[in-house]
Write a protein that binds this ligand. Structure first.
Ligand code: HGY
Ligand code: MN
Ligand code: MN
Length: 421
């Protein structure tokens, strides 16, 4: 497995240099960097004996045929956040590719086909929503999102067309799931648990739900030197009060996290009181009802804060994604493969979102986490050990072999949806 792990690490380095920015890894949906990285990965898919196609949103889909009519899907995403690390998403695609490469190297056909999907957009960097790629592939795309605009005012519809996709086919362009055994995703943990336990891999039990919201505070632009402080309608002060409110609400609610990752003011001059403040709110919790309660409380506080300062607010929910539990049976088989590789099975929830959350609309899903250094992610310091990549490749290979043995022994393959973990 070491040679395979070395190849995966080298490929992560290679893809990590394909970016829209000269001095950082930033690969938004529909960018030239995404076009380039897609071409490189398509070549590696063909080298591994796969046929390659692109779906209407330009997800890249490699297929390695088997002897039966069922299909197992592996994969993750190729897009990144701004100034990203080079393992979030792409590690999962490349480990999936390594699992198929091993089959081809052995000249082996399984009693099922394996599809490797490299999703075109999971992070939502450009349009502020998540799972654009997997929502199309899973047949769960909401056509209303076509009118979403990026910061330059380009609609998703035009961006998909410019990227060579077909915006009119996104709603019914899903893969369909009648032949599926399930979907398994390998991803870095993006947290500190596995490192603290000194474990190379972990089994994911569930993925937290998330709300992505755009909030605007509107006050009144004015002269920084002449408007007395008590007469101001400073939209940035309102926003600042709101940001701290979001933080304090989460400090009182175990498991809740809120993040304001983007903020901008207009007109944006050092001697002008901000007339408008725009911010993104990312709110997450393992329990959907709790998340909804926190969201509604924060909307109420945004309104109160704005009006108390003589201004107003706008609250646009860009996307709500429910919490998703992993499929128990598929996870159980992955767990056996972890044990078979000589590693203790540790189960943990995911605070980060993953395409598996969206793919659960189509089929049974399971995830494996790989330890990452100090849990750092969404940061160029993101890193994994080659040794751990070797472990996860071995686990995935054992998993495929076990699934094949079960199929050959006539153990009923999975229905499209199993019960959850
Ligand atoms: O935001 C997330 O949880 C993931 O990285 N898209
Ligand atoms: Mn991410
Ligand atoms: Mn990711």
């Amino acid at each position: 497995m070491d040679a395979a792990a070395k190849t995966v690490m080298e490929r992560c380095d290679r893809l990590g240099n394909i970016s829209e920015d000269d001095d950082a890894l930033t690969r938004p949906f529909g960018s030239g960097a995404m076009r380039e990285v897609e071409k490189v990965v398509a070549g590696w898919m063909r080298d591994a004996g796969m046929s390659v196609r692109r779906d209407p949103i330009r997800n890249l889909v490699g297929r390695y045929e088997g002897t039966g009519e069922k299909t197992l899907i592996l994969g993750s995403h190729l897009d990144t956040v701004r100034d990203a690390g080079k393992y979030d998403g792409q590690l999962g695609v490349l480990v999936a590719l390594a699992s198929v490469q091993r089959l081809q190297d052995r000249g082996e056909l399984l009693p099922f086909a394996v599809e490797v999907v490299a999703f075109a957009d999971e992070e939502g960097l450009r349009f502020g929503t998540t799972y654009l790629g997997s929502s199309v592939y899973a047949g769960a795309f909401d056509g209303k999102r076509l009118e979403l605009e990026d910061p330059d005012g380009v609609t998703l519809r035009d961006a998909v067309r410019d990227f060579g996709g077909n915006p009119d086919a996104l709603e019914e362009g899903g893969r369909g799931g009648g032949d599926l055994l399930g979907y398994c995703e390998v991803h870095i943990e993006q947290g500190p648990v596995l490192e603290a336990l000194d474990l190379p891999v972990g089994m994911v039990t569930a993925i937290n739900g998330q709300s992505r919201i755009q909030v605007t505070f509107t006050g009144e632009a004015g002269h920084a030197g002449t408007v007395p402080i008590e007469r101001r309608k400073d939209s940035l002060c309102a926003a600042a009060e709101f940001v701290l409110e979001a933080e304090s609400v989460c400090k009182k609610e175990p498991g809740a996290v809120a993040t304001v990752g983007e903020i901008s003011v207009s007109p944006g001059a050092s001697n002008v009181i901000p007339g408008e403040a725009h911010l993104s709110l990312d709110l997450r919790h393992p329990d959907d009802a709790t998340r909804g309660r926190l969201r509604d409380h924060l909307e109420k506080r945004a309104r109160e804060t704005a009006t108390s300062r003589g201004g107003r607010h706008n609250w646009q929910v860009r996307q709500e994604t429910p919490a998703v539990r992993m499929d128990r049976r598929l996870s159980g088989m992955l767990g056996e493969a972890v044990q078979g590789s000589g590693t203790t099975v540790h189960e943990l929830p995911s605070g980060a979102g993953h395409d598996a959350a969206q793919m659960s609309a189509l089929t049974s899903v399971a995830m494996l986490f790989v330890r990452c250094k100090e849990g750092v992610s969404h940061n160029p310091a993101e890193s994994v050990k080659e040794k751990d990549v070797g472990v996860v490749i071995e686990v995935m290979s054992r998993f495929l072999d076990t699934l094949a043995e079960d199929m050959e022994a006539g153990v009923a393959p999975y229905e499209a949806k199993g019960e959850t973990a």
